[in-house]
Design a protein. Structure first.
Length: 301
């Protein structure tokens, strides 16, 4: 996307970088590569174990469950600013770093969550590796295995600068239902959105926030290439789902992870910021005081 001979080697060219770009920039001063892999409960996958088995050369593991609010029962909610600063610094990220995040999902879910977390805390020099670990391995690019080499020096200084406008609460979403200027976009698979398939987390109701639109996260990836869909395909997807990118969009999903993949793709396409409902269905589906609809999306919304 950009050659590596630019004025600053520690700058990502866009919210998305290609495997070729990252391969050409491995070892660049100021570039930090993070494996942000995380998987749904019951998947049987161990992201930390997989990281030790094989990772992109020089990568560090960034655990979204560990870097979360310790006082919140919901899964991997955004941590207090000080906690995030500690996590970023421990991963070798300073405010001057360029950050590239990847995961092993094939659909950039948790990598996009890490991307969004950095942006929420004021760091724009961050990108997601298009295609993730699957594409990297298929291309035969450099990997390593074994225990990760820990930093010998002190943690990097990372001072967060939160952007509250990038996040929404349950109350914000409740008041946005039916609002002319806002749309709620749910990234869960169609069956979970409609309430015909169970949630992977026990104790949650089925269905969706009334008036929300459905853009299943898997639709953001081209199955032929394993890469994120292009901007024209995104435009068709939005029209099909009844999503108006000119409105303020609020992304939601199961636990605030795949919603970030939508925010990331919208940023790649040059659209405005998508806010994230951090509690997502883990909160909404577990609260009897919040309204739920089932079935396909309403004709209007």
């Amino acid at each position: 996307m950009s050659n590596h001979h630019g004025p600053s080697p520690a700058t990502v060219p866009a919210p998305s970088v290609s495997a070729d770009w990252l391969a050409a920039n491995l070892g660049r001063p100021g570039l930090v590569i993070l494996d942000g892999s995380w998987y749904l409960p019951g998947s049987g996958r161990d992201p930390a174990g997989e990281f030790e088995e094989r990772r992109i050369q020089g990568a560090r593991f960034f655990d979204i469950d560990e870097c979360s609010d310790p006082d919140e029962e919901l899964p991997h909610t955004i941590p207090p600013a000080g906690r995030f600063g500690e996590c970023a610094g421990a991963a070798g990220v300073s405010n001057a770093s360029a950050v590239v995040v990847y995961d092993g999902s094939g659909v950039n879910l948790s990598a996009a969550r890490v991307w969004w977390m950095f942006r929420y805390f004021g760091h724009d020099n961050v990108a997601v590796l298009d295609g993730g670990m699957k594409y990297w391995m298929a291309a035969g690019l450099p990997t390593e295995s074994g225990p990760s080499i820990r930093m010998l020096e002190a943690p990097a200084p990372f001072i967060p600068d939160p952007r509250p406008h990038l996040m929404r609460t349950a109350h914000d979403v409740l008041t946005a239902i039916g609002a002319a200027h806002t749309q709620i976009v749910d990234m869960r698979p169609a069956g979970r959105f409609a309430g015909t398939e169970p949630e992977p987390r026990a104790g949650l109701r089925s269905g969706h926030v009334p008036g929300s639109r459905n853009v299943p996260y898997a639709d953001l990836v081209d199955p032929r290439t394993g890469l994120v869909i292009d901007d024209r395909a995104l435009a068709r997807l939005l029209v099909h789902a009844g999503v108006d990118p000119e409105r303020q969009l609020v992304g939601t999903c199961g636990s605030g992870t795949s919603a970030c993949a939508f925010a990331w793709k919208m940023a790649c396409a040059g659209h405005g910021d998508v806010a994230i409902y951090d509690g997502s269905w883990s909160e909404w589906g577990g609260r009897e005081d919040l309204p739920v609809d089932t079935g396909p999306p309403d004709a209007a919304g």
